[in-house]
Design a protein around this ligand. Structure first.
Ligand code: COA
Length: 549
């Protein structure tokens, strides 16, 4: 079947649906929802049997939904309608929420229903709920709908539920009253707006909040700082705010102390080690999986400390939402000299990778509860074993960041995993890879568990069964052999030589791509690697109206 994904951007949910639908063998293409005429053109070119819209900010043109069934993923339960569904659910503190797959009709979110699911709510940010519960339920709904699509007896019905129309949530509703709101209310307000648009408080949008369990002080006042975060007093305690974005369209999200130019106190708020049964679990839930120079250095110290513990295995846990997305593009963009900061960041990342690769007295495991991208994937490959949650999406390439060559010892690690000569399959392939496909490719060892709680429990069992003495003995021999064939330092030097050109050379592609990424610039066209219908036109030299870049 020919399926077109029509979406505002190729976000995490669209990427996951792409992987799931492709796995079923359908002919799949993607078009960004930029303008009605572009959507109409895409439908003309591709002639899809079905359109799936995972993430839209505008209505689908009538001529399109009248000619092709269009299924819209709505992140709300039956009957819920409107553009701020999840925001309202978190804001109101509902116990259960849902996802509905509706057929597009004139009235927004009011069409007949193809599938729907509910899930228990968790205390988490909107982005986290979207990347986990909403995504899992949306996948179930879409897979169910694809089965129904083949069933000639199925007719979607107009179903009503307890939900109702809810308007776009405005900043006036989100506003924090520091003299009246308790910590839980403030957390709900910030969570319901995180990552976009953030809660506007004075001149700053607030992001990444966590209630403190000990501090207290005057409500609204800054009581402490730690590793980029500020802690503000509330009427019943205190709350940490990790990131701020100053009002204004050219500003982007950065650690709060950086934005407010405050001195930072050290602490282990974002890195911690837990030891259980001679296994060390090293957690580093960095915001959005981005790792700045300081975080890489602190993580290296924490890793080295873990190496001195009486344990036989170290598990890199990352965070629940992301394992790692590589170097910190926002921190680099904000630096006085971005090229120099890029250099410092990648070197700090490489130091960390080197320490893990050369650990020959412990088993190392990467446990990917959440997605990983670019250098974050190769960072995981430094470990002896790599396990992922089954819904994890990997983007193991640097191409989308202005053709960055990449480092993290990928030229050493990747061929070892997928076989020499196969590197292009990963590095030139700009599309996301599902965990299952990554196992088939040999990129990772195994995937299991639907939720991150299930994954972590199953991963623990798996790691306990590893024969650590054998793994360590094999590793020692292999490392010696590899080092004799080509020293690790040479791989690094060669990669960094190419990165130097990316950072300091004449071609500004990386700096331009980073700037656009950090400012969340909306794409003006769908890249050809996604819009297959446009590739076909380009290849057959047919049609002057379509884009070729
Ligand atoms: N540095 C800083 N922020 C990053 C980041 C990075 N390396 N990678 C992701 N983020 C942030 C995004 O800005 C976004 O922030 P917001 O939602 O709080 O505004 C958030 O993480 C989620 O990213 P998003 O792009 O919306 O997620 P996605 O699931 O759609 O896509 C990736 C995931 C990994 C494909 C995409 O984020 C990406 O390409 N990241 C850049 C990776 C990279 O090139 N790293 C540098 C080379 S090592």
């Amino acid at each position: 079947m020919k399926i077109l994904l029509l979406t505002h951007s190729f976000n995490s949910l669209s990427q996951r649906l792409y992987v799931e639908i492709e796995r079923l063998g359908h002919d799949l293409s993607v078009e960004f929802d930029i303008h009605d005429n572009v959507t109409i053109e895409a439908v003309d070119l591709f002639q899809p049997d079905l359109i799936i819209a995972p993430f839209l900010k505008r209505a689908i043109p009538k001529s399109v939904y009248k000619s092709v069934p269009c299924l819209i993923v709505h992140p709300g339960p039956l009957g819920d309608r409107g553009p701020s569904s999840l925001d309202w659910a978190i804001f109101k503190g509902v116990k259960e929420w849902g996802v509905t797959l509706l057929q597009a009709e004139a009235e927004m979110d009011a069409g007949p229903v193809w599938a729907h699911r509910t899930f228990p709510m968790r205390t988490a940010t909107k982005s986290s709920l979207y990347r986990n519960e909403v995504t899992e339920m949306a996948v179930e709904c879409v897979l169910e709908a694809l089965e129904k699509f083949d069933d000639p007896t199925f007719k979607p019905e107009y179903l009503t539920g307890k939900g109702m129309w809810q308007d776009l949530m405005k900043q006036a509703t989100r506003q924090i009253n520091w003299q009246k709101d308790d910590s839980a209310t403030i957390l709900r307000k910030i969570n319901s707006a995180d990552g976009t648009p953030g809660v506007l408080d004075g001149d700053y949008y607030l992001h990444n909040a966590k209630i403190d369990d000990g501090l207290s002080g005057p409500a609204g006042e800054i009581l402490a700082t730690c590793n980029g975060a500020i802690c503000k007093g509330t009427i019943d305690g205190a709350i940490w705010i990790g990131h701020l974005r100053k009002k204004g369209k050219d500003n982007f999200k950065l650690p709060a102390t950086h934005v407010l130019e405050l001195n930072d106190q050290l602490g282990e708020r974002d890195i911690y080690l837990k030891i259980e049964d001679k296994i060390g679990y090293l957690h580093f839930p960095f915001h959005n999986g981005a790792m700045n120079t300081d975080q890489c250095k602190r993580l290296l110290h924490a890793y080295e400390d873990a190496c001195h513990e009486d344990i036989h295995t170290i598990i890199l846990m990352g965070g629940d939402d992301f394992f790692s997305n590589g170097i910190h593009l926002n921190a680099i963009e904000a630096a006085e000299r971005p090229a120099e900061e890029s250099w410092a960041n990648i070197n700090a990342m490489d130091d960390l990778c080197e320490a893990i690769i050369t650990t020959t007295d412990k088993v190392t495991v990467a446990a990917l509860s959440g997605n990983a991208g670019a250098g974050g994937v190769f960072f995981a490959l430094t470990c002896d074993r790599i396990y992922a949650r089954s819904g994890v999406i990997l983007n193991p390439h640097y191409k989308n960041m202005g053709n960055l060559f990449g480092s993290e010892y990928w030229t050493y690690l990747l061929p070892k995993r997928i076989g020499s000569g196969n590197e292009d399959k990963v590095m030139q392939h700009r599309l996301p890879i599902g965990a299952l496909e990554a196992v088939e490719l040999g990129l990772i060892d195994d995937c299991f568990g639907k939720t991150f709680t299930d994954f972590q429990a199953l991963m623990k069992e798996q790691v306990q069964m590893l024969e650590h003495e054998t793994i360590i003995a094999d590793k020692v021999l292999q490392r010696e052999k590899d080092e004799a064939a080509k020293p690790l330092a040479n791989y690094r030097a060669e990669e960094l030589e190419r990165m130097k050109l990316n950072f300091f050379g004449f071609d500004p592609s990386y700096h331009v791509a980073r700037y656009k990424f950090v400012l969340r610039e909306v794409k003006s066209h769908t890249p050809l690697y996604l819009a297959k219908h446009r590739q076909r036109v380009k290849n057959s030299n047919y049609g002057t109206k379509s884009r070729t870049t």
